[in-house]
Design a protein around this ligand. Structure first.
Ligand code: HEC
Length: 449
């Protein structure tokens, strides 16, 4: 059997920027022709990658919708984009798959455009060039489909001021038999909540009152990741005839990150779910679980950077849909490697993703359909996680102390939330053929001399 893991390697972005600057009419601005303007060059970038969070009523500290909004922040915008701290997107751009759904990150050219705009005095440019304001679903507090069930987590108080709040809340899932999810959406319950909810990740978990659990109750046996919430995020409607298994008797858990906004707020988070009919099993069942946790345990001496490795074997062929590193405050970086089953003397493996990790941003990376790895049965998923327990890690609360594994935020973890669906052997062959037929380069071709 031929063994192959196919995915698309991103083509080098064309250097279109210089061309577009040359074409910029000198009359458009009093600046030199090379100086990008807000209306023509910068606003489109902000609209695509920033205003989902940076607009009135959302969680980012300021709006970047208009020139008046953005001008005072020009320096900070240059600094944060040049450092690739904004927008939050931590995938290593030099390794593995680069095609994702909803990737807001900026190209090197876009970052250069912003920097040139700022260095050139941050001119407004011709008002006629200003793109129409980006439209958002009427209100992200509307459901974007008709939910069959709405799960309301208990409200949580966010004080007028204080440190960010992290923790978990639980709610019942009102189903009386196992079901499959067709569409799912998290929403902040009201406009005020929308301002304080930084992140909200929902899981189906064992009842915490039955199981031993702590501050971060992802027990070893795992919960099941359902959906994340971040500003500007829409409903997830799964592709035709695919769905997520929802087991009766589980609890919904939301892992939240809330921040104060100068007014006391009772933050409300809700989960809307549309279900397939009772008894219906969709063709593709989409799984999401915490996988490849280190079996050796975590042992990070004070002041050091430690690496841990976790492995899990896929017993069936699969299409891997998403990757989300999970660590705690010392988490620095995680890579996901696929080790394909051995055939004869050949042994192939490849790193499909590496992402830096920041506990403030639990980002879920969903592979684009044409790029999602298709793996044969017997493939081993290998996570490599690095934890930085030194003073170099700015968020390290206590670099003088040893850290081990555990549930509390100050303990460590290292695994990946992996989304996938299983493929039969026939489906696997079909998918591999379809990939070959599309003119996509494969890593296997690259590996062959
Ligand atoms: C997913 C939501 C989100 C997106 C998308 C996003 N930001 Fe932010 N941004 C935030 C939040 C939350 C903060 C405040 C916390 C922090 O500083 O990390 C912030 C902070 C900032 C700051 C620092 C503000 C200060 O107080 O100094 C700048 C500058 C910034 N963002 C610019 C941008 C730009 C430019 C983009 C797009 C290229 C962008 N952001 C995209 C959420 C977002």
């Amino acid at each position: 059997m031929r063994i192959a893991g196919y995915f698309r390697v991103r083509a080098v972005a064309p250097f279109g920027l210089l061309a577009s600057l040359v074409l910029l009419p000198a009359s458009a601005t009093a600046q030199s022709p090379q100086t990008p303007t807000f209306t023509k060059d910068v606003a489109p970038i902000l609209q695509r990658s920033c205003v989902a969070c940076h607009r009135p009523g959302e969680m980012a500290p300021m709006s970047l919708m208009t020139y008046e909004d953005a001008r005072p922040w020009a320096r900070a915008v240059k600094t944060r984009t040049s450092a690739r701290e904004m927008p939050p997107w931590h995938i290593d751009r030099t390794i593995g798959i680069q095609d994702f759904k909803n990737n807001p990150s900026l190209s090197d050219q876009e970052i250069a455009t912003i920097a040139k705009w700022v260095d050139g005095g941050a001119p407004r440019g011709n008002p006629a060039d200003m793109p129409a304001p980006r439209q958002f679903a009427a209100d992200s507090s509307d459901w974007q489909f008709a939910p069959d069930i709405v799960i309301k987590y208990p409200r949580h108080k966010v004080p007028v001021a204080g440190p960010d709040l992290y923790g978990n809340l639980y709610a019942d899932i009102p189903i009386d038999q196992d079901r499959y999810i067709k569409a799912i959406q998290t929403r902040a319950a009201d406009p005020q909540s929308r301002k304080v909810v930084h992140h909200a990740l929902s899981y189906a978990v064992d009842d915490p009152d039955v199981e031993v659990s702590g501050d971060d109750s992802q027990g070893v046996d795992g919960g099941q990741f359902l959906v994340e919430y971040a500003s500007g995020k829409n409903a997830e409607v799964y592709p035709e005839d695919s769905g997520v298994y929802l087991q009766q008797g589980k609890k919904a858990m939301v892992s939240y990150h809330l921040h104060s906004i100068g007014e006391e707020t009772m933050a409300g988070i809700e989960l809307g779910v549309q279900l397939y009919p009772k008894g219906y099993v969709p063709k593709h069942v989409r799984w999401s679980k915490q996988l490849a946790q280190s079996t050796a345990g975590i042992d990070i001496p004070a002041g050091t950077v430690a690496r841990i490795d976790g492995y899990v074997m896929m017993h069936k062929a699969a299409r891997i849909i998403s990757f989300q590193p999970h660590m705690h405050i010392r988490g620095k970086r995680q890579c996901l490697e696929l080790i394909y089953p051995t055939s004869g003397s050949s042994m192939k493996s490849e790193i499909v993703s590496c992402a830096d990790f920041d506990y403030n941003w639990h980002l879920n990376y969903s592979y684009a359909d044409a790029a999602a790895p298709i793996v044969p049965a017997g493939t081993i998923l290998h996570t490599i996680s690095w934890h930085d327990n030194s003073t170099a890690n700015r968020s390290n609360p206590d670099p003088k102390n040893w850290v081990g594994d555990g549930q509390r935020t100050i303990d460590e973890m290292g695994f990946a939330w992996i989304g996938w669906y299983d493929l039969s052997d026939d489906e696997y062959k079909q998918e591999v053929e379809a990939r070959k037929a599309s003119s996509v380069r494969t890593t296997q071709q690259q590996q062959q001399p």
